[in-house]
Structure formats: C-alpha cells, structure tokens
Ligand binder design. Structure first.
Ligand code: NDP
Length: 280
C-alpha cells in the first residue's frame, strides 16, 4: 500500500508546537515580529503574503506589513531593509519574491541581516548550511526533511536523487540530505540518462517546474517520492512535477499536490521566526 504523506496534517502539527513555544516566549515577555515586504501587487504574491501573515496570527506572533508600490526604487527598498535590520522590535525580514524587474533580487537578499534572514536565502545562511554551522535554512527543503522524519522515513544511508538544482530548493535540499547522511545525487536539465539516474533513488525529490514530467519509468519500485512542483495542468488544475496517478502505485510513499510539500513551507518559515530569537 502506498503511503500518502499528508503535508497539511504535518504542518498543522508543527504549527501547534510553535504556538506553544510562542506562548511560552510571550509569557517570558518576548515578542516575536516578522516584517513582510511586498513590492507591487502580483496576485500570487499577495496570496502567499496573506498566508504568511495568517500563519503568524495562528501561532501567536506579530507580523508587520510593508506593502510598497510597484514603482518603488531599489534604493528605497534597500533603505527600508536597512532600517528593519537595525530595529530591535523586528526579528525576521521576509521580502516576497519575485520583485519587479527593475530591482536586483540578489542585492536585496544580501542586504538582509543574516540574523533576520528567515527565508534562508542570504549567502551567509547558505554558506553556514554548507559547512554545518548554525543559520537559517531555506523553508521548502527544511519542510521536506520534517515531512520525511515525521512520516517515519529513514534517511541515513539511503540513495537520494534530487531532480533540480535551484538555489531555493535543489541545492539546499542536497546539503540537508547530506547532513542527514543520505548518499546524494543532484540531477538537472543537462543530466545524461536521467531515468537511469532517478531510478537509483530510494528517495526521489523532484523540483523542476515541469507539470507531471516524472512518470513511473523514472521511479524505482518502492521508492519514496517527494514532489515539490506547483504547476497548472491543461485543465488549469494544480499539479506537481510528478504524474501522481502513474507514479503512486509504484512507490512506498508519495506527497500529493496540493497538500504535500506546499503547506510545509509556511510552517518552516514560522519555525525560523521563532529560531531567530535563539540566533539573536
Ligand atoms: P527553477 O526553475 O529555479 O529550477 C528548476 C530546476 O529544474 C533547474 O535546476 C533545471 O535544470 C531543472 N530542470 C528543468 N527542466 C528539467 C528537465 N526537463 N529535466 C531535468 N531537470 C530539469 O525552479 P524552482 O526550484 O524554483 O521550483 C521548482 C518547482 O517547485 C516549481 O514548480 C515551483 O513552483 C515549485 N516550488 C514549490 C515550492 C513549495 O513551497 N512547494 C517552493 C519553491 C518552488 P538546470 O539548472 O539545468 O536549468
């Protein structure tokens, strides 16, 4: 029987644990505040930002919202980040991506104080992860580790193939799986014999942004398959990078889309917000 990994239930479990931690901090007189910056009004970004603010409310921490117009200059955004970096009452800074084209995202990410970098995108956070030092870990990969652990899936010693090498998912995912003692292969668009490579995986993590590309012939019998993709299919229905109906019967466990990896990202962001108190 294939186990369907329920990201909604696991993320709720984590948020309830965080709620208790937040209450304990509050009782000790510590207020935690996440600054959420959105530039422009990309509808998808507005949904993400609102969900993040709702998440803060749910666990009982504060969010401070900065909704800036599309024509905000890079200089104005950088000066807001500077101000938030120095404010004692702000613990985490989140800049919703993508930013309008006239703003350099790399510059913005680097401007955030690594001690407030709750998205874990700052080069210092990524470097710390690489050499095993404390720092924020990018939320989606961190959420996948929680999904695996809380589903009772052993990682140590397993062959893990990560399909996709982006800075926000594939690369940090590979470092985290290495930290958990998996044997890690990272595959991408230039990988030769892709199906042969992915078929070696005990744990296959797919983050490519290609609707339903991964079919049963990419997957080893009994593998665990984690689908990070969020796409729309030909009927405008949400779907992953994995062809769920084709792959599910062949694997031992799989994440659905929606309801798999997606809900974990916000739970881990909230986790990072509370962790910011310790890093401080
Ligand atoms: P990127 O576009 O940044 O990276 C895609 C990666 O997939 C690249 O490394 C690319 O290879 C590789 N790739 C693309 N096509 C192929 C192919 N045909 N065969 C093999 N490799 C391929 O994507 P992201 O990592 O940002 O996102 C991936 C997916 O995950 C998207 O659907 C996105 O919406 C979703 N996502 C979901 C999140 C969640 O919370 N659930 C969070 C973040 C992303 P190369 O480097 O060679 O170009």
């Amino acid at each position: 029987m294939t186990k369907v990994i329920d990201g909604k239930a696991i993320s709720l479990e984590i948020k309830n644990e965080l709620k208790e931690k937040a209450a304990a901090l509050k009782a000790a007189g510590v207020t935690v505040t996440l600054a959420v910056i959105q530039v422009g009004n990309n509808p998808a970004s507005t949904v993400y930002v609102n969900n993040k603010k709702k998440g803060c409310e749910y666990i009982g921490i504060e969010s401070a919202s900065f909704e800036l117009p599309e024509e905000t200059t890079e200089k104005e955004l950088l000066s807001l980040i500077d101000e938030l970096n120095t404010r004692e009452d702000i613990n985490g800074i989140l800049v919703q991506l993508p930013l309008p084209k006239h703003i350099d995202e790399d510059k913005v990410i680097k401007a955030i104080d690594p001690k407030k970098d709750v998205d874990g995108f700052h080069p210092q956070s990524v470097g710390a992860l690489c050499i095993g030092q404390p720092g924020f870990v990018s939320c989606t990969p961190a959420g996948i580790i929680e999904l695996l652990k809380r589903s009772g899936i052993d990682i140590a010693g397993k062959e893990c193939v990560i399909l996709g090498r982006s800075n926000i998912v594939g690369k940090p995912m590979s470092l985290l799986m290495l930290r958990e003692n998996a044997t890690v292969t990272v595959a991408h668009s230039k990988t030769a014999n892709l199906k042969e490579v992915t078929s070696r995986a005990d744990i296959l993590i797919v983050a490519i942004g290609r609707p339903k590309m991964v079919t049963a012939d990419y997957v080893k019998e009994g593998a665990v398959v984690i689908d990070v993709g969020i796409n729309r299919d030909e009927n405008n229905k949400l779907c992953g990078d994995v062809d769920y109906d084709d792959v599910a019967p062949k694997c031992s466990a799989i994440t659905p889309v929606p309801g798999g990896v997606g809900p974990m990202t916000i739970a881990m962001l909230l986790n990072n917000c509370l962790a910011s108190i310790e890093l401080k």
